[in-house]
Design a protein around this ligand. Structure first.
Ligand SMILES: NC(=O)c1ccc[n+]([C@@H]2O[C@H](COP(=O)([O-])OP(=O)(O)OC[C@H]3O[C@@H](n4cnc5c(N)ncnc54)[C@H](OP(=O)(O)O)[C@@H]3O)[C@@H](O)[C@H]2O)c1
Length: 254
């Protein structure tokens, strides 16, 4: 599964939202490339199932990314269990609210911003402060979305939260480069997971797939190249970039 020549042996990667979907896949890819992985999410039973599928070392960390105390406790737990801080942070945890702007419910909107945007600030800030205090560098990869790069109907809060992540990538890259911390993002197009599989089966979802230039959703393996590039030294001079992986969706015709 891992790309030939990409060896992450000795690296520790901490992945939020690793209990399902893309996060569980990222754990498998990084583990196959030799990394020790930290699997973080709220459902510890699901994390244990993911860990059981991996050949390499994995540490299960029950964590709610919307609660700063839980983030700090989760990073403490990783340090205790793995004996060191993670070298790579994948900010992947996210939720969606399939509501248009006029219909959006305030509580659901706040939950989307708390999980997709504020948590990316909080998790990154906590770990980066530890890296800086230790005098060590680090590598942060955010999972944004093409909905944060181009207007889309029916997902107002989600798309705005992902746009914030894309911009935060550049701000953090600017401020953290002096500390040898790189920050980049992947902006996936549409990949069938728990977050969207119901929608993708509807007529509207099928119509959306027809508008993707490649006429299909992505497979999880389609994300491996961008993930391994950003996680490895192959991207040593890259920071502040947002890489779309979308079958050409951002280039679809107006
Ligand atoms: N699928 C796509 O087409 C697509 C496209 C673009 C971007 N993305 C992004 O990719 C990321 C992963 O999504 P997915 O498609 O893999 O969906 P998913 O299967 O629903 O996974 C979402 C993950 O986030 C975790 N999570 C949610 N709230 C959390 C919280 N408060 N604390 C800790 N973990 C939390 C969930 O774990 P628990 O419930 O166990 O906590 C779960 O592991 C998201 O950021 C999403 O926006 C997905």
């Amino acid at each position: 599964m891992a790309a030939p020549g990409i060896d992450l042996t000795g690296q520790h990667a901490f992945i939020t939202g690793a209990s399902s979907g893309l996060g569980a896949h990222f754990a498998k890819v990084l583990s196959s490339a030799g990394a020790t992985v930290g699997l973080a999410a709220r459902r510890a039973d699901k994390l244990a199932e993911v860990a059981a599928t991996l050949d390499g070392p994995a540490h299960v960390i029950e964590m709610d990314v919307t609660a700063p105390d839980s983030i700090a406790a989760g990073l403490d737990a990783y340090l205790h269990s793995a004996g060191q801080l993670p070298d790579i942070l994948i900010n992947n945890a996210g939720i969606a609210d399939p509501a248009g702007f006029l219909q959006a419910d305030r509580e659901k909107t706040q939950a989307v911003f708390a999980t997709n945007q504020m948590a990316v600030m909080d998790v990154t800030q906590d770990l980066c402060r530890r890296w800086v205090a230790n005098g060590q560098g680090g590598n942060v990869i955010h999972i944004s979305s093409i909905t944060g790069l181009r207007a889309v109907g029916g997902a107002a809060a989600y798309a705005a939260s992902k746009a914030a992540v894309a911009h935060l990538t550049k701000i953090q890259a600017l401020e953290l480069a002096r500390h040898q911390i790189r920050v980049n993002a992947i902006a996936p197009g549409y990949f069938a997971t728990e977050i969207n599989e119901d929608f993708l089966e509807t007529d509207a979802g099928q119509a959306l797939i027809k508008r993707i230039p490649m006429r299909r959703c992505g497979t999880r393996d389609d994300l491996n190249g961008a993930l391994l590039l950003l996680a490895s030294g192959m991207s040593a001079y890259m920071t502040g970039t947002v890489i779309p992986v979308d079958g050409g969706h951002l280039c679809s015709s107006l």
